[in-house]
Design a protein around this ligand. Structure first.
Ligand code: FAD
Length: 546
């Protein structure tokens, strides 16, 4: 879809005149080559997940013109990135790095400050620099997607040895997903925890390598994440302190077999007991992967048919009885919660774990183990099976078709793996969805000692009232959750100030430290101002927060 522009084109960064912008662009073309610089002076185009725009958020929750780039630049090397950063300091133009820009649900490719120049690293920096079948590690550039890494491992004949952990959609960048602390669904699902070593261009143009990468001639960069001295990697995730140009990642050894399984639970109230049962199994590694516990509305929506096929009114929630009747027609059958898990290892090892899980889950009346052996090949269960065994997939996109022009934004609080926390979060989110007339799509992703609740709000991006309702619902849930002691693990650009504001212990001490770091590392405030609520001095207190 082409979106007509309604504000100045290109979208100039605040405080930069049209003349100054054109002069800066001419300079950038000279430095990088005109073919690697693109001024965005045309209608914005949304595309779709695999052909996504790098100029704006194709799933925007705000006005179309809010988070829009003025230009996009395509560096081809770390040196090019340094050049871009130094150029930005010279002209005081804000820049916003993306690896591939498929951060859908959290802002896509859009910059936080309108008119920023998007630094699209993924277009030209797409080398897989190393895959080690001895150490089970790899070293990648920002343009390497989960698909590309997986395919390269297969092409090198290493597929029976090395697994990549993939998120629900495989088209994203391994670096982009990891620096935003994204998750996948094998035992290596916590991507940040499994990375090892970064190369980073700082906002003033210097390059650093973290961990063992700082030791010239080392051979341990991808094997030992810490090196010597302070562990600095953390400040380059969910921040605006540097541009990551290389990252090491550990790879999972093929465990010698896997088996996915599906259990369903009938009642909404089974949630608390089920989570209590899951916790010890997960912490003891009997439940081995970041499994998903999904709600029936999502089970129906992921079939890919719009809600209008089930329920005519465009407003209000689809009634529960309709959802349950539709679920009953599917191979999974009627349920309220569906647990998708996977066990790993040779058959005899799997059998022991599966028996323990079965005995534990069956304590819940109405629990059913679903026979998936007869499921058709395109049943969602097989997508979960692929993802839990390191094969990228795109099936998850289908629930975006629930409404016309389907877009989504996520509420993503974390909590301990406790029944009372699951019930409290589920109750507050359901209540707000009902108030705002939005169908409720929760999924609990259970990590080792915590769980992420991911609630996807699906909305029509062309409808102002639907966008307003989605945003209001999200803002209410963030505040409600914070009042109970729950915080988001990650959020959309539009919510970053609000979420950062909930981490306010001791008079916002943590944000004060982030601001000090920002002002030291980025004195001109050119790198991704406002990302994750961190505003440089030049912007602070001038009405940018939202
Ligand atoms: P990018 O968009 O390139 O990067 C994300 C952000 O990180 C950027 O906006 C930027 O601010 C920062 N950044 C990126 N690269 C750099 C860099 N080199 N240096 C400094 N900062 C940088 N996500 C999950 O984690 N797990 C899921 O299971 C999941 N499921 C999804 C399902 C659906 C249906 C959809 C639509 C989305 C889902 N997502 C999920 C969200 C998202 O698609 C992925 O996280 C995706 O990998 C992020 O896009 P990307 O990898 O292209 O990162």
């Amino acid at each position: 879809t082409a979106i007509p522009r309604r504000r100045e084109v290109p979208a100039l960064p605040q405080g930069v005149t049209a003349e100054a912008f054109q002069a800066a662009m001419a300079d950038l073309r000279t430095l990088l080559g005109a073919e690697h610089v693109e001024v965005i002076d045309q209608a914005l185009r949304d595309g779709w997940y695999m052909e996504h725009p790098n100029t704006h958020d194709m799933m925007t929750i705000l006005d179309d013109e809010e988070f829009v780039a003025s230009a996009v630049v395509y560096p081809g090397s770390t040196e090019d990135v340094q050049t871009v950063v130094r150029w930005a300091n010279k002209h005081l133009v804000p820049i916003f790095p993306i690896s591939m820009g498929r951060n859908l649900g959290y802002g896509g490719a859009a910059p936080r400050v309108r008119g920023s120049v998007v630094v699209d690293l993924g277009r030209r920096m797409r080398q897989i620099l190393d895959i080690s079948a001895e150490d089970f590690t790899c070293l990648v550039e920002p343009g390497v997607s989960f698909y590309a890494l997986h395919d390269e491992i297969q092409a090198r004949g290493l597929g029976d040895q090395l697994w990549v952990d993939v998120p629900d959609l495989g088209g994203g960048s391994v670096i982009g997903n990891t620096v935003d602390r994204g998750v996948g669904y094998t035992p290596y699902g916590d991507h940040w925890a499994t990375h090892s070593g970064l190369e980073v261009v700082l906002p003033t143009g210097e390059v650093v390598r973290t961990g063992m990468g700082a030791l010239p001639g080392n051979n341990t960069w991808q094997a030992f994440p810490y090196g010597f001295g302070p562990y600095s990697d953390g400040i380059f995730s969910q921040s605006n302190f540097g541009i990551v140009t290389k990252m090491g990642m550990t790879l999972m050894p093929n465990p010698g077999g896997h088996e996915s399984f599906l259990y369903t639970f009938q009642r909404e109230d089974d949630l608390a007991q089920l989570i209590e049962i899951i916790r010890p199994l997960r912490i003891r590694n009997i439940l081995e992967n970041v499994a998903q516990l999904r709600h029936v509305t999502q089970s129906v929506a992921v079939r890919g048919q719009p809600r209008s096929d089930y329920y005519e009114p465009v407003d209000g929630l689809v009634p529960d009885d309709i959802i349950h009747a539709e679920a009953a027609k599917t191979p999974t059958g009627d349920h309220t919660w569906a647990y998708y898990g996977t066990t790993y290892g040779p058959p005899e090892a799997r059998a022991v774990k599966l028996a323990a899980v079965d005995a534990a889950f069956r304590q819940i009346p109405g629990c059913r183990k679903i026979d998936t052996s007869t499921f058709p090949a395109d049943e969602y269960f097989w997508s979960r099976d692929k993802i839990a065994s390191g094969t990228p997939d795109l099936h998850e996109l289908r629930w975006c078709q629930w409404v016309p022009n389907g877009s989504h934004i996520a509420f993503s609080p974390v909590s301990p793996i406790r029944g009372k926390d699951a019930a409290a979060l589920n109750e507050l989110a359901r209540k707000r969805h009902e108030e705002h007339g939005i169908d409720y799509f929760p999924a609990f992703c259970v990590g080792l000692r915590e769980m992420h609740l991911i609630v996807e709000i699906v909305f029509d991006r062309t409808s102002a009232p639907k966008k307003a309702a989605a945003l209001a619902c999200l803002r209410d849930m963030v505040d409600d959750a914070a009042a109970l002691g729950y915080g988001e693990y990650r959020t959309h650009l539009a919510l970053m100030d609000q979420v950062a504001g909930t981490y306010s212990w001791n008079d916002n001490a943590l944000m004060k430290m982030h601001e000090q770091l920002k002002d030291t590392l980025d004195p001109n405030g050119i790198l991704a101002p406002g990302r994750c609520g961190i505003w440089p001095k030049r912007y602070r207190g001038r009405g940018w927060e939202m």
